[in-house]
Design a protein around this ligand. Structure first.
Ligand code: GLU
Ligand code: MG
Length: 436
């Protein structure tokens, strides 16, 4: 019998997982209008498939409406094509649901537009590892390490391109069996959509090649982490870049400076959304080029927020290339939720007229908490529990989101923490390697 073509309508949820339902492809027109049924309590399904205490119980109905602009259709090695669309969760009346991650990002971007008159351009850079022992060791950025997975890398890059995601580069990263994939920037909600699609295509491409790709933030606390670095820039109403000013601090325009200052000020309270797993905090430690303090770096990878170098020489190209990079994120986070938190923090900086501090140039881990505080720096939370506390107790931050969001998110994450319990660090790493 010929298999029926199916399309999977999906959402990337609080757990950073892609969940949804499939329908016959011939029903597409109907489903674009009316979606598939969805349930409020699904938002409480955590990354281990536990269900946290739900304020909704068995009550309520929602619709998950696929957005055709996210359509992804890829056949790996002769298998039936994988065909999915990301969508928006709406009420039965068709209004955005308060806890839909795409809606949360759209509302943060609208606030940015109101406050700064600009639109966000961003790109998510991903690191991942293949499970199991590498066939060749000591291959940090190695050609042979790359060659081992050339087929997977080439398949993934082709899959990205045919999904409308511009492949930039792919490499054997420093860690054992670690790879990094970089794609071009996109505007607004699209870059977060691309990040979700990239993770799914990476996992599928790896499976097709007999490998298992994991984006878990860290597989071994003694080794490297897998980061998600978010590059951001701004354009005005006419599409002109407004991130750069040759006379600004580190080349930042006044808008970029205020946005950066907002991120740095609220960083300790938003990492619960950008690095949202128990194991994330094994990665957010000093000296691993991730992020351990709320500091700005000028071309410095040991900073949470980095002003990136540009390779262009003429002023117009410099202005277009110039971007800042948020490094305190990982793939346990839903890209939409992470970006929403980063944008809200930045907009708070714009609304409050904040000014970016000087970049740090020293090893902050050598400074005492008092000296750090004197200079306006803070060690980022060292556990998910502490990060959630910083989030829930910061009223400025919780007020960025719809009324129920913070309590529901807190309860979701509390169940995840309870699931992990008091496991040893390596067991926690192993547990998360199975889920991301
Ligand atoms: N692996 C590092 C992280 O966890 C990043 C290394 C790099 O700068 O690419 O974020
Ligand atoms: Mg890297």
């Amino acid at each position: 019998m010929k298999p029926m073509p199916l399309i999977f309508a999906a959402t990337c949820d609080f757990a950073g997982k892609v969940r949804g339902k499939a329908f016959p492809a011939e029903q597409l027109d109907k489903r674009l209008a009316r979606g598939v049924g969805w349930v409020p309590t699904n938002v409480m399904i955590n990354c281990f498939d536990g269900i946290g205490e739900s304020p909704f119980g068995s009550l309520g109905d929602l619709l998950l409406v696929p957005d055709p602009s996210t359509e992804t259709k890829i056949g790996f090695d002769g298998a039936a094509p994988e065909h999915f669309m990301l969508g928006d969760i709406v009420t039965l009346d068709g209004d955005p649901w308060d806890l839909c991650t795409r809606a949360l990002l759209k509302s943060a971007l609208a606030r940015l537009h109101r406050a700064g008159g600009v639109r966000l351009i961003s790109a998510f850079e991903h690191e991942f590892q293949l499970k199991g022992a590498p066939a060749i060791n000591n291959q940090g950025f190695g050609r042979e390490g790359f060659e081992l997975q050339r087929d997977l890398c080439a398949t993934l890059m082709a899959a990205l391109q045919s999904s409308g995601i511009a492949p930039d580069s792919i490499m054997k990263e420093y860690g054992p069996n670690q790879y990094e994939v970089v794609v071009g920037p996109a505007e607004g909600v699209t870059s977060a959509d691309h990040a979700v699609i990239l993770r799914e295509l990476t996992r599928s491409a790896a499976r097709a090649k007999g490998e298992h790709a994991t984006f878990s933030p860290i597989l071994d606390a003694a080794s490297v982490g897998n980061g998600v670095h978010v590059h951001m820039s701004f354009v005005d109403e006419d599409g002109n870049p407004v991130t750069y000013d040759a006379d600004g601090k580190c080349g930042m325009s006044a808008l970029t400076s205020a946005f950066s200052a907002g991120i740095l000020k609220y960083l300790p309270s938003i990492v619960a959304l950008t690095a949202p797993s128990v194991v994330s905090y094994e990665r957010l430690t000093p000296h691993r080029w991730s992020a351990a303090y709320n500091n700005l770096g000028y071309r410095d990878r040991e900073a949470s927020l980095r002003v990136c170098p540009v390779t262009a020489k003429d002023p117009a190209s410099i202005a277009r290339q110039f971007n800042i990079e948020y490094r305190a994120a990982d793939a346990a986070a839903c890209p939409h939720l992470a970006l929403a938190a980063i944008v809200h923090a930045g907009v708070q900086g714009i609304e409050d007229g904040l000014v970016a501090p000087d970049p740090t140039q020293e090893d902050l881990s050598l400074l005492s908490p008092d000296v750090l505080a004197e200079r306006g720096y803070e060690r980022l939370p060292t556990s998910l529990e502490a990060a959630l506390g910083k989030f829930i107790n910061n009223k400025t931050v919780t007020n960025w989101f719809p009324q129920d969001f913070s309590q529901v998110y807190f309860a979701h994450k509390a169940a995840e923490i309870a699931h992990v319990g008091d496991l040893e660090t390596q067991d926690i790493c192993d547990l998360y390697a199975q889920t991301y």
